[in-house]
Design a protein around this ligand. Structure first.
Ligand SMILES: Nc1ncnc2c1ncn2[C@@H]1O[C@H](COP(=O)(O)OP(=O)(O)OP(=O)(O)O)[C@@H](O)[C@H]1O
Ligand SMILES: [Mg+2]
Length: 270
């Protein structure tokens, strides 16, 4: 927003699940903001509440207490302003629809003419490098291609925020590198505000403008790190920079600290 106010504001977010085995505090006390146009990566130990956080951001889960605000208004339910890409692309695409049909489906909720819709689908498939696959079905594509379709579906919708939950965890290393570059490119060329959750430290540093490191339960922000690497990045040069190594070491150390839990206050000498 032009007035400098944040796009997303999370304040004292807490989420407790009530289950048969009692209560699970998935998020203790989280506060942070995100500016429009940012690419924010979130890392943290497994089970620390990353997916829970994203679901609260996307309005899919209600916080137990605290606030999630998008463009100044509280998020109270799923919002058309946000698109989510999950890890399990296999389950997120409809096998009976073509690639084009899958990308087009959410656009049916928008007031677009048929021609505008077709243009948005073609543009999104172009952007993810799949213009030839519009008539294929998802099961005819590789895992990496299916995840590209899921990304195309999200960007065709032109969300204010793109939320991604470990989207590349299930693809091979080469495909993963290509998809990382795709996210960077979409961010640079389209300026889409993106929240990207990963458990991969190198991925968070390579992708992010900023990395939030979350602690183990009770989950809080362990570190909020600005990634001062060049805007233009590539897999070989950027990862070979001394600064890249410094930043990944910093994130690694913070995650190790996060796993050890909060540091106890020093006891007064007896
Ligand atoms: N629906 C649920 N009911 C009860 N407990 C849940 C539920 N969903 C998640 N949890 C618990 O909340 C905590 C945080 O889970 P969450 O999935 O948010 O973690 P995560 O950081 O995304 O983990 P991972 O890195 O493994 O994806 C875990 O202890 C988990 O067992
Ligand atoms: Mg998760």
């Amino acid at each position: 927003m032009a007035d400098g106010s944040p796009l997303l504001r999370v304040e004292h977010l807490r989420k407790v699940y009530a289950s048969g085995r009692g209560e699970v505090e998935a998020i203790g006390d989280l506060s942070f903001t995100m500016d429009p146009g940012e690419l924010l990566c979130i890392v943290g130990p497994s089970g620390c509440g990353k997916t829970t956080l994203l679901k609260c951001l996307a309005g899919l889960l209600r916080p137990t207490s605290g606030l999630v605000e998008m463009e100044g208004s509280p998020v109270t339910g799923p919002s058309p302003a946000m698109a989510v890409v999950f890890q399990e692309y296999g389950r997120s695409l409809y096998p009976w629809l073509t690639v084009r049909g899958n990308v087009e489906l959410p656009l049916r909720h928008k007031k677009l003419s048929r021609a505008e819709r077709a243009r948005a689908v073609a543009d999104a498939l172009d952007a993810v490098g799949l213009p030839q696959s519009a008539r294929s079905h998802p099961w005819q594509l590789s895992g990496g291609m299916q995840q590209r379709v899921a990304i195309a579906r999200a960007i065709a919708y032109q969300p204010d925020v793109l939320i991604m939950d470990e989207p590349f965890a299930a693809v091979d290393a080469q495909t993963r590198a290509d998809l990382e570059d795709l996210v960077r490119e979409l961010h640079l060329t389209r300026g889409i505000s993106t929240v990207f959750v990963t458990h991969d430290i190198d991925e968070s540093v390579y992708l992010g403008q900023r990395v939030l490191v979350l602690s183990n339960a009770p989950t809080r922000v362990q570190e909020d790190l600005v990634i001062d690497l060049p805007r233009e990045r590539d897999q070989l040069t950027t990862r070979a920079l001394p600064r890249f190594t410094e930043l990944r070491t910093r994130v690694y150390e913070q995650i190790q600290r996060a796993k050890r839990g909060p540091i106890a206050a020093p006891r007064p000498a007896p």
